[in-house]
Design a protein around this ligand. Structure first.
Ligand SMILES: [Zn+2]
Length: 258
């Protein structure tokens, strides 16, 4: 069987959410000492909800820098991570932007505004000497304009819940993900079931992504679930890899095959 991988992805990384992740990441590092490297992909939000500006927090930037130095990936995850565009006008938009999520920052942006925010994010990465790898839209939602703006910039990939897309061409690579909605007890119950079903269905997938959110970390049971799944997948023979390394590996394989 071909090599199977897993990516451990931490969403919504910002000074404000850093404390949520600290203990969990220490546990991952401990696991790595037993099993070998477990590189993490950190989805960084430059100014989470307009109130958690990375650039004003030198200690936070240094922590990220030191994670990068040990092989982790830093990817751009929106700019503010909240949908601050004018109120929705159609029922579909209302559903997507108020019921489904309030976090779809790039869902309602036109090309110019999407470009402006992408460029601000790119500038942050450049100022820190971080290579630009992936862009993941908050709630995985992007308008057509946002897609165009993204394609014109130097990113390597983007993703939605089931796929990775190489850029600028948006070539689709199947890469299912496990994710929880841990906000309330009933959502956690459903998430457990959905996540286990997805894990079973995806057992042959070349890449399985584990998408973790700060709110997951606030529930001991959810944290335990993630640690157990991670260890189990490693035992089953999946190799931990950053999203960026996996995408570049796929590309290389395609070029060889061509
Ligand atoms: Zn997010």
């Amino acid at each position: 069987m071909a090599d199977r991988h897993l990516s451990l992805v931490l969403h919504d990384v910002a000074p404000e959410t850093w404390p949520d992740y600290v203990d969990f990441v220490a546990k991952i590092d401990a696991l790595a000492r037993r099993h070998g490297p477990i590189p993490i992909t950190w989805l960084v939000v430059p100014d989470f909800h307009h109130r958690s500006d990375c650039r004003r927090d030198g200690a936070f930037l240094e922590r990220l820098q030191s994670r990068r130095a040990v092989g982790d990936e830093l990817a751009l995850h929106g700019y503010y991570h909240c949908d601050d565009a004018p109120a929705p006008r159609t029922p579909r938009d209302w559903f997507m932007r108020r019921f489904y999520t309030w976090e779809g920052e790039f869902y309602a942006l036109d090309e110019n505004e999407a470009a402006r925010r992408l460029d601000k994010g790119i500038e942050l990465f450049r100022s820190q000497g971080w290579p630009l790898t992936g862009f993941v839209a908050p709630a995985w939602l992007m308008s057509q304009g946002a897609r165009r703006a993204l394609a014109q910039r130097d990113f390597c990939y983007t993703s939605d819940p089931q796929h990775l897309y190489t850029l600028p061409d948006f070539t689709r690579l199947k890469a299912p993900g496990l994710v929880w909605s841990a906000r309330s007890a009933w959502r956690r119950g459903l998430s457990h079931l959905a996540s286990e079903t997805q894990r079973w269905r995806s057992r042959q997938a070349p890449l399985l992504r584990l998408g973790l959110h700060p709110v997951d970390m606030r529930h001991a049971r959810v944290q335990e679930y993630w640690l157990a799944v991670l260890e189990r997948l490693i035992h089953e023979g999946r190799h931990p890899i950053t999203k960026y390394d996996w995408v570049t590996g796929q590309r290389r394989r395609e070029q060889h095959a061509a």
